[in-house]
Design a protein around this ligand. Structure first.
Ligand code: ADP
Ligand code: ADP
Length: 229
């Protein structure tokens, strides 16, 4: 079943007289339940694709369908609701609220969602039951990213979008975060999309989408998907 479809998506940024063509006719589709890795070098357009998919940015032209709905037709109010209800976002630098503890960070995001899950339970699942009262500054990078993943999962969203989720972590910690994302994908059957420049991460994907200069370079199905050990 098709969950996401990009059709001829372009994105132009204008800074004064300078025009930047960030995306130049992007087409691809993703089925529900897939673990997708979007690969490309810096500046290729990966984050722009993810931000448009997550309703954080809008396309200049083209269509983006998510769960059968054309999100490019949404007005600001519908887009805000889509972002809040349907999308869980995981960022490179965690983006936790510094004056809320781990539990409050997860609850704060989940509360606004109609079908949200129990914050404590999700924090337990990501292995942080002993850290729920800690503030972000009292947590390691890996632990903060686990809180961020718990926050995204607790919303019970349609999509989990991750922008360089291991980019600020050391190798071993990064691996454990990827393993957690793989477990989430398997247990919840939710579609997980990871944007990265790190080719090593491609081995754990069902589908690898390569982006180059604002275009799709290739879409490859991974028949020998690997477990993160
Ligand atoms: P990637 O995530 O692959 O590194 P991005 O999607 O961030 O690439 O960027 C694609 C292109 O669009 C780059 O040339 C970048 O400089 C440009 N770009 C991204 N965001 C903006 C913005 N807000 N304003 C102007 N240009 C931008
Ligand atoms: P380093 O430069 O630190 O040696 P790599 O560039 O090899 O690390 O890998 C960086 C990231 O890629 C790490 O966050 C790691 O978790 C992830 N990674 C490496 N190998 C794999 C793999 N086989 N499957 C999934 N993720 C991997």
């Amino acid at each position: 079943e098709r969950l996401i479809e990009f059709k001829g998506v372009t994105k132009e940024y204008r800074i004064g007289d300078v025009q930047i063509q960030a995306l130049n006719g992007v087409d691809f589709s993703i089925s529900s339940g897939e673990f997708v890795v979007i690969l490309g070098t810096s500046g290729a357009g990966k984050s722009t694709i993810l931000n448009i998919l997550g309703g954080m940015d809008t396309a200049t032209s083209g269509r983006v369908f998510v769960g059968g709905q054309d999100i490019t037709s949404f007005n600001e109010k519908k887009l805000t609701e889509y972002r809040a209800q349907k999308v869980g976002f995981v960022f490179q630098f965690y983006n936790l609220i510094q004056n809320l503890n781990a539990l409050e960070n997860v609850e704060f995001a989940a509360e606004v969602c109609k079908n949200h899950l129990d914050a404590k339970e999700i924090l337990q699942k990501v292995g942080l039951q002993h850290r729920i009262k800690n503030f972000p500054s009292q947590l390691s990078g890996g632990e903060q990213q686990r809180v961020a993943i718990a926050r995204a999962v607790a919303k019970n969203p349609l999509l989990l979008l991750c922008d360089e989720p291991t980019g600020a972590l050391d190798y071993v910690t990064g691996k454990s975060v990827l393993k957690l994302l793989q477990d989430v994908n398997r247990e919840t059957k939710k579609c997980v999309v990871v944007v990265t420049h790190n080719t090593a991460i491609a081995s754990m994907a069902d589908t690898v989408i390569r982006v180059k200069s604002g275009r799709i370079d290739s879409v490859a199905r991974n028949h020998h998907k690997q477990n993160v050990e």
